[in-house]
Design a protein around this ligand. Structure first.
Ligand SMILES: Nc1nc2c(c(=O)[nH]1)N[C@H]1C(S)=C(S)[C@@H](COP(=O)(O)OP(=O)(O)OC[C@H]3O[C@@H](n4cnc5c(=O)[nH]c(N)nc54)[C@H](O)[C@@H]3O)O[C@H]1N2
Ligand SMILES: Nc1nc2c(c(=O)[nH]1)N[C@H]1C(S)=C(S)[C@@H](COP(=O)(O)OP(=O)(O)OC[C@H]3O[C@@H](n4cnc5c(=O)[nH]c(N)nc54)[C@H](O)[C@@H]3O)O[C@H]1N2
Ligand code: SF4
Ligand SMILES: [Mo]
Length: 858
């Protein structure tokens, strides 16, 4: 997953001051964990808490934040008194420290938050069969014992299974609870394209993406060889904390120029002093087509070589009628589509401008810059693909890289730069070991697409991939280790679905949205309260965190809960967990590997002695590795120092480019497919048809749908486009309940100064965003740095619905995102539209001042 950022251009914000600012937020008083709230702190193996100075231990920062950093806590007398980040070695561009962000440094505020759930509880008006189901989300809570809670879960499971079958149990988030239900006859599960948007289901067929996780770009040191870096819908300064922003700055220092193509002038654009090309969400394919038309139009191999014909001819199929796959209609080639030979519409910059909002002259100059520069990094985040009908974006973006030949050589790359791989791709140089648990099959094969889950619950059918519609009658929802009601489309439909079924259970450590709408809630321990684990991040690091404290209050770890449930079901927990949690942790350490200096082979990371095994009290075999086990556990990180010219560099697609016959890509033809038969074919049994070549398509609930009449440009009921940048105060919904983070990063909705003026909205005034899916309010942050006509509603705020009006005051993005399954089933989070107006009710105060969700029992 990731790393960090630094240094500004315009603001002259230095790395130190930026980090210093975020750490200032976290640097508050020690958390009182006495009063019986916290049991004793566990010493690291071999590191005793002397009770004197205390001991620094590596604490988990385990969230899906797109990064992974080193976070340390000072434990003294069983109390966590301070946090710090990576100071294990001096910081340098080649060997950067893995520094934590404001969220990681506030981790103890989350672990010891006053809103931690203390006991198992049930909804007051719940009874077997559901009781007053309509009260879900607004009922009172009653404290119950673990025994009672588990008995209810087991008896309801058995009742529901008997009446409706195992298919009627939907376990969201899988993990340990999924395993339990798989041993009890199975359960329905779900799947989706969530993070990746349209990349997930398409990359293999198109032959791009280098196995997706490697996403088709080069490693960070090679980035320094790019002359031009285009960040196309990517904002590492917000969505990949850790080192990526710092790494990009090294490329800048080496001479690279930056362009960002984004509805928002981002902090990344500011830090990199980028030229900003504002664009409407979900219209990037139109821009790319307008650019490709320009390339074709202006290309002259002798005087102005903009199109890399050799590249197209050797490595791709489908560009023109002479390079079509067998069986395809030659008229279906991409070049003739661009020129409008058969459809009568050349995809000129003027045509594109009307859709994407970028001036035709800028479209032309962008094409010339990208086509006319020798070494270019075309980098996109996943956001522009997290749209309805998103497949066309993957096709157009990739084709632009092929046409300009910016693939497969030093300084040239076209692919996804995002999450833990932002600006730094290539095989992992370190690999964590497995826990050593058996895998458990699910006897039920229902897999609901997450772009229709709540509709499936309400309507009783879903599309089983590759097969067709299937009936389903979900009567039990068990949420574990996810925030589905919050993070999947259509919270409104989700709440309806939760109030329809007979039983809802959630494991949670605070009253999250999932938990709030449940019948029974089980308090789960955080990762600070588990044995420890090894976790990868960017390709150069492996992190190893230890147990900090025993589970708080009556909470139990995920595995303990699963084992207790198995016992109650009459299944021997050893079938699923034949080894202890400590053994699982040890296995991860013992199985961890590090690349050898040749950059190809791997060796064990840890040297383990018979004495180590005895001290740990586990089963194992002594082994020779790179560093002593104790050193890895005490340091908490192993990081490979890099230097230019080392053996760890990576150039995406290089093998294919060097020898395409020997090293074909993953597509049917073995070449990059501009014409992709397989994609078109797969879409015929999915939601909507996808053309085999990149073609512009108006997106469901996209820009065109903001008009009542496209010809006359009369706006419709929902004239504003709304999209969801991933936001620094939280990792999705996680951390949103931490008051200190709320204070540091208020959660406004960003609207453009032009729209604010038109609507008479003033800074800080509460505004209402509404559409047929829901309504939500937020204070307005008026900025000059946003594409007019668009609204940036930060992703992941905890929904907080007024039951009278149905209006959410939390600013939850998925109040406005509906279920519009398109293409192969991509979640279309960034294609939504709504009305925007002044809110005539009470003005919102800062949510940092809101009461926390602290449960009081009668
Ligand atoms: N509108 C809109 N929606 C989006 C997106 C968007 O951009 N716009 N982005 C999408 C993306 S990219 C993603 S990845 C998804 C993320 O979707 P989710 O994975 O559902 O989101 P999180 O908030 O990370 O949920 C993690 C949950 O697990 C809980 N948890 C944490 N640790 C533990 C533990 O040890 N045990 C248990 N049992 N629970 C734990 C946390 O409290 C939290 O409730 O959201 C997607 N949703
Ligand atoms: N702070 C924070 N960081 C995170 C996360 C988080 O919740 N919080 N989540 C992590 C996860 S799981 C993931 S998957 C990644 C996601 O990483 P990304 O998908 O890269 O992140 P986003 O913030 O959604 O979008 C990146 C940029 O794209 C822009 N954008 C949005 N829609 C469009 C569009 O249609 N066209 C163009 N050109 N630009 C667009 C946004 O304004 C934003 O500046 O982030 C990770 N990082
Ligand atoms: S939340 Fe993510 S980016 Fe922040 S410190 Fe933790 S691992 Fe690093
Ligand atoms: Mo994600």
């Amino acid at each position: 997953m990731f790393d960090l950022f630094k240094k500004a251009q315009e603001f002259k914000m230095s790395r130190r001051s930026f980090i210093g600012w975020s750490s200032a937020i976290a640097a508050t008083a020690a958390i009182p964990v006495s009063r019986g709230l916290v049991a004793k702190a566990e010493a690291n193996i071999g590191m005793e808490d002397s009770g004197g100075e205390g001991v620094w231990k590596t604490a988990a920062c385990w969230h899906n934040c797109g990064s992974r950093c080193l976070n340390k806590v000072l434990v003294k007398d069983g109390v966590v008194i301070r946090q710090k980040t990576d100071d294990t070695h001096p910081d340098s561009p080649d060997f950067p420290q893995q520094r934590g962000c404001l969220r990681g440094r506030s981790q103890r505020k989350q672990v010891f938050n006053a809103d931690r759930l203390k006991y198992p509880m049930k909804r007051k008006n719940w009874e077997p069969g559901g009781g007053k189901k309509e009260l879900r989300g607004k009922d009172q809570w009653v404290r119950i014992s673990w025994d009672e809670a588990l008995d209810h879960i087991v008896s309801e499971t058995n009742r529901i299974k008997k009446k409706y079958g195992n298919e009627s149990i939907y376990v969201s988030g899988g993990a340990d609870i999924g395993k339990v239900f798989k041993t009890q006859g199975g359960c329905t599960e779900s799947t989706g394209t969530i993070s990746w948007g349209a990349w997930l289901y398409t990359y293999e067929m198109l032959g791009v993406g280098e196995g997706l996780y490697v996403n088709g770009i080069n490693d960070r040191l090679d980035l320094r060889n790019s002359q031009l870096i285009v960040l196309w819908g990517a904002n590492p300064a917000w969505s990949t904390m850790g080192s990526p922003t710092y790494n990009y700055l090294q490329a800048k220092k080496a001479g690279a120029r930056f362009i960002t193509i984004d509805p928002l002038y981002t902090d990344s654009a500011s830090v990199f002093d980028a030229d900003w090309v504002p664009i409407r969400p979900g219209t990037d394919d139109a821009l790319a087509l307008g650019m490709m038309y320009t390339l074709l139009d202006e290309d002259d191999p002798a005087t102005n070589p903009l199109v890399k014909w050799d590249f197209l001819n050797k490595y791709t199929i489908g560009f023109d009628k002479d390079h079509m796959p067998e069986g395809a209609d030659p008229k279906d080639n991409f070049k003739d589509y661009l020129l409008g030979t058969y459809d009568g519409q050349p995809k000129t910059p003027e045509w594109a401008a009307e859709i994407c909002g970028v001036e035709p002259s800028r479209i032309r100059s962008l094409a010339r810059e990208i086509g006319g520069t020798e070494r270019v990094a075309l980098l996109t985040g996943w956001a522009p693909a997290r749209i309805n009908n998103g497949e066309g974006w993957v096709q157009t973006f990739s084709t632009l890289g092929m046409m300009t030949g910016h693939m497969g050589s030093s300084g040239n790359m076209t692919g996804v730069s995002c999450w833990e791989y932002a600006g730094n791709n290539g095989p992992m140089l370190l690999k964590g070991g497995g826990a050593g648990l058996p895998s458990i099959d699910n006897p039920v094969d229902n897999l609901m697409n997450e772009n229709e889950i709540w509709d499936a619950v309400l309507n009783g059918e879903f599309l089983q991939k590759g097969e067709g519609k299937r009936k389903v009658d979900i009567q039990f929802i068990y949420h574990n280790y996810n925030a589905h009601l919050q993070t999947r489309s259509s919270i409104g439909r989700g709440i309806e679905a939760h109030r329809k079924v007979e039983f809802v259970v959630t494991n949670a450590y605070a009253l999250t949205t999932n938990a709030k709408y449940s019948d029974i809630v089980l308090p789960v321990a955080t990762q600070w309260e588990t044995e420890g684990a090894v976790k990868g991040g960017n390709r150069e690091i492996l992190i190893n965190w230890s147990k900090i404290i025993d589970p708080l209050y009556e909470s139990k770890t995920d595995i303990e809960i699963a084992k207790e449930l198995l016992k109650k079901f009459g299944t021997n927990p050893d079938e699923v967990y034949p080894i202890s949690e400590k053994q699982m942790y040890f296995n991860q350490l013992a199985g961890s590997e590090v690349v050898k200096e040749n950059g190809v082979d791997y060796e064990p990371l840890c040297t383990i002695t018979a004495q180590d095994i005895k001290e740990w009290g586990v089963e194992g075999t002594p082994q020779q590795g790179r560093i002593p086990l104790k050193e890895f556990v005490d340091t908490g990180i192993y990081q490979i120092p890099r230097k230019p010219g080392d053996n760890y560099g990576f150039i995406a697609y290089k093998d294919f480019i060097d020898n395409p016959e020997e090293n074909p890509v993953s597509s049917e033809s073995g070449k990059f497919e501009i014409y992709c038969r397989a994609l078109n074919e797969a879409s015929k049994t999915a939601f909507t048809e996808i053309p085999p070549i990149p073609k512009y398509m108006a997106k469901a609930e996209g820009y065109e749908s903001t008009f009542e009449n496209w010809e006359t440009k009369k706006k419709g009921k929902y004239p504003y486009q709304v999209f969801n940048p991933h936001y620094l105060r939280r990792s999705h919904s996680t951390f949103d309940n931490v008051p200190q983070l709320r204070e540091a990063w208020p959660n406004p909705v960003y609207i453009s100064a032009q729209d604010a003026k038109k609507l008479g909205i003033k800074e800080g005034e509460t505004v209402l965003m509404s559409n047929e899916h829901g309504k939500t309010i937020r204070p307005a942050k008026i900025v000059e740095t946003l594409m007019p006509g668009t609204i940036a509603l930060p992703h992941g705020a905890w929904v907080d619905i007024d039951e009278e009006t149905g209006v959410d005051r939390g600013g939850a993005d998925n109040m406005l995102v509906g279920f519009v399954p398109t293409g192969l089933g991509t979640s279309g989070y960034n294609t939504a539209r709504c009305n925007l107006e002044k809110w005539d009710g009470e003005q919102l105060e800062d949510d940092a001042k809101w009461a926390q969700r602290i449960i009081k029992f009668d």
